[in-house]
Design a binder for this molecule. Structure first.
Ligand code: COA
Length: 171
């Protein structure tokens, strides 16, 4: 099933309440979530660190959200990003809204001249977009099979990755 009238567009200030609501509901029953994802996005926005924040809109209602933020590589290499929490309202799961959001986001990130993108997440969801294990890039303290990279301009450097401090927001 697909949602023909789905619109994906840039986040607007008037969307912020609806975005937080969608993120909170999307992660409410997630087994590895501390339900801080909406606050991470809030902190990223306050820090001016949201990159390409986009909403999925259906019948004028925000039903999904995706964004990037810059990640830091050590030793330093520029142009690397990670998706912020990607979220679709639970009542709309399985309708390809998450896929549509990720595809648009990655296209926009490439268009912006990014070098690559890393993600800590479910390989079964992210592999279809071109993410794969990249042993030269590491995120400390996580099982490596859940840390994936999508390299736009290769080869990937050998580096450790750290996310924006907003991701450390307490539960
Ligand atoms: C993950 C999420 C954004 C996917 O959105 P969605 O619109 O339901 O996904 P789609 O309909 O585009 O699914 C595409 C495919 O990914 C799979 N998929 C969806 N969510 C998945 C998950 N959490 N783990 C593994 N696979 C998943 C679907 O089964 C589908 O597979 P298929 O092509 O083999 O049928 C949504 O389920 C969500 O908000 N989940 C809670 C929050 C979350 O886990 N976010 C991601 C981590 S940051």
């Amino acid at each position: 099933m697909t949602v023909a009238s789905l619109v994906i567009r840039d986040e607007l200030p008037a969307d912020i309440g609806a975005i937080e609501n969608v993120i909170e509901r999307a992660f409410a029953k997630h087994p590895h979530s501390q339900q801080t994802e909406h606050r991470i996005v809030r902190e990223l926005r306050a820090a001016g660190a949201l990159v390409l924040p986009k909403v999925a809109v259906l019948d004028r209602a925000v039903v999904g959200y995706a964004t990037f933020s810059p990640v830091r590589l050590t030793p330093a290499h520029g142009g690397w990003y990670g998706p912020g929490p990607v979220a679709v309202g639970p009542e709309f799961h399985g309708l390809r809204i998450g896929s549509a959001l990720m595809s648009k986001e990655l296209e926009a990130l490439k268009g912006k001249g990014a070098t690559g993108c890393v993600v800590l997440g479910e390989p079964r969801f992210y592999r279809r977009f071109g993410f794969e294990r990249e042993p030269r890039l590491a995120l400390e303290g996580v099982p490596p099979e859940y840390f994936l990279a999508h390299v736009f301009k290769g080869p990937a450097p050998s580096a450790t990755v750290s996310y924006h401090p907003a991701f450390s927001v307490a539960g």
